[in-house]
Design a protein around this ligand. Structure first.
Ligand code: DGJ
Length: 336
C-alpha cells in the first residue's frame, strides 16, 4: 500500500504534464496525431465539435477557410447558421465566426433551411460572396441565396435568393477553374439532371450554362486535374449514403463520359456524400481531396466529415478506403 501510494505520488507530476499536453493538443483542435481522421470527431481550437457540414473551402493567402452548415445543439431554432474555421494545415482548425446568422429572410416559415454554403472571392469587387441552397421545409422553393462580406470571416449580409437560370436549384457545389473563373454546380430535379453554370462578373448572378448533365445526381463537385474535368455526384437518397459516381470531360461544356463508381458500390462511399473536391497544388505534386459528409439525420450536429486524398489521373478517379492521413501543404504529398 505504502509502495503504491509512493508510486502514485511520484507519478503525479508526470500525469499533470501529460494532461496539460493532452489539453493543449485538444484545444488546438484537429487530431492529436496530426493526422486527418475520416469519420472521427473533429474539434476546433475551443474544443468544440466542428460545425461545417455540406461545406466548402476557400484559400486566402496561406490559410484555408472552411465554411459549412452550423448544426450545433441549442441554437435559436428560428435562425440558420453558417460557420467559418481557419487552418494552415487542414488538421488544426480555429473557429473564426458564425458568418451567417439568418432569420427566415424570405418568410418561408417553420422548417426553412440553408444548406451547402460555399464562398467565392471576387477580386474585382473585393467582396466575399456566399452561395447556399435556401428552401422551405418541404424543399419546394429550390433557390440559391446570396450573402456578401468585405472580409472572409466577417458577418455576411443577406442579399437575395433566386433560381439560377430560372431553374429549380437544390444541392449546390462550387468550382473555380485555373483561370479564376467561378462556377456553380446545381441539381435541378425537373430537368432530371444537374447543371454547371458560370457566375456573372460580380458573382451576384448565375449567367451562363456550361453543361447540362443528364444524370440525377446531387452533392455535385468538380475538379480540373491534368487537363481533364472530373465531376462527382451522389445519387438521391436523402441523408442516406449511396455509391457516389464520377464522369470526365475535356471541356466544361462536355461531352461527359458515362458515370462510374468512385469506390466499391457496396461501401456506399464509405457512408458519406460528396460535398467538395479540394485541390492542393504543391511543389512536388497536386493533391485532390474528396470532402464528404457522413450525415446523422437525427443528430445533424454530430454528422462527421470524411476527407480523403483521391487516386486520380488519366480519366480514373478512386476514393481509397478511409484511414488517417496527413498532407504536406508545401509539397502536396500525402501519406497514411
Ligand atoms: C441530400 C442533400 O445532399 C443534403 O444536402 C440534404 O438536402 C438532404 N438530401 C436532405 O434530405
Amino acid at each position: 500500500m505504502a509502495l503504491l501510494a509512493g508510486k502514485s505520488h511520484s507519478a503525479l507530476p508526470r500525469l499533470a504534464a501529460f494532461c496539460a499536453i493532452a489539453c493543449l493538443i485538444f484545444l488546438r483542435g484537429g487530431n492529436a496525431s496530426g493526422a486527418i481522421t475520416p469519420g472521427g470527431v473533429w474539434f476546433d481550437n475551443r474544443g468544440q465539435q466542428i460545425q461545417a457540414h455540406g461545406g466548402g473551402i476557400l484559400k486566402v493567402g496561406d490559410t484555408f477557410f472552411w465554411f459549412g452548415e452550423d448544426r450545433s445543439q441549442g441554437l435559436d431554432p428560428n435562425k440558420r447558421y453558417v460557420s467559418c474555421y481557419a487552418s494552415k494545415d487542414l488538421v488544426h482548425w480555429t473557429f473564426r465566426n458564425q458568418v451567417l446568422k439568418l432569420s427566415d429572410p424570405e418568410n418561408f416559415g417553420a422548417g426553412w433551411l440553408i444548406e451547402r454554403p460555399k464562398v467565392f472571392y471576387n477580386a474585382t469587387t473585393k467582396k466575399y460572396v456566399l452561395y447556399a441552397h435556401i428552401d422551405d421545409g418541404t424543399y419546394k422553393v429550390a433557390r440559391v441565396a446570396i450573402a456578401i462580406s468585405d472580409t472572409v470571416d466577417g458577418d455576411y449580409r443577406y442579399l437575395k435568393s433566386f433560381r439560377p437560370l430560372g431553374l429549380e436549384s437544390r444541392d449546390i457545389g462550387q468550382f473555380i477553374d485555373d483561370d479564376g473563373t467561378a462556377y456553380l454546380i446545381f441539381e435541378s430535379r425537373p430537368t432530371r439532371g444537374f447543371l454547371i453554370a458560370r457566375l456573372s462578373p460580380d458573382y451576384l448572378d448565375v449567367e451562363k450554362q456550361m453543361s447540362f448533365v443528364p444524370a440525377r445526381l446531387e452533392g455535385g463537385a468538380l475538379v480540373h486535374y491534368q487537363g481533364l474535368y472530373y465531376v462527382i455526384g451522389s445519387h438521391m437518397s436523402g441523408w442516406s449514403p449511396n455509391p457516389n459516381v464520377y464522369a470526365t470531360a475535356t471541356s466544361l461544356e462536355g461531352p461527359w463520359t458515362q458515370f462510374k463508381d468512385i469506390a466499391p458500390p457496396a461501401a456506399k462511399t464509405f457512408h458519406s456524400q460528396s460535398s467538395t473536391l479540394l485541390t492542393i497544388p504543391g511543389t512536388k505534386t497536386t493533391a485532390v481531396v474528396f470532402m464528404a459528409d457522413q450525415w446523422k439525420p437525427d443528430d445533424l450536429w454530430d454528422s462527421r466529415y470524411l476527407w480523403m486524398p483521391l487516386r486520380i489521373g488519366e480519366g480514373q478517379l478512386v476514393l481509397p478506403e478511409p484511414r488517417p492521413w496527413s498532407i504536406d501543404i508545401q509539397t502536396g504529398e500525402t501519406k497514411y
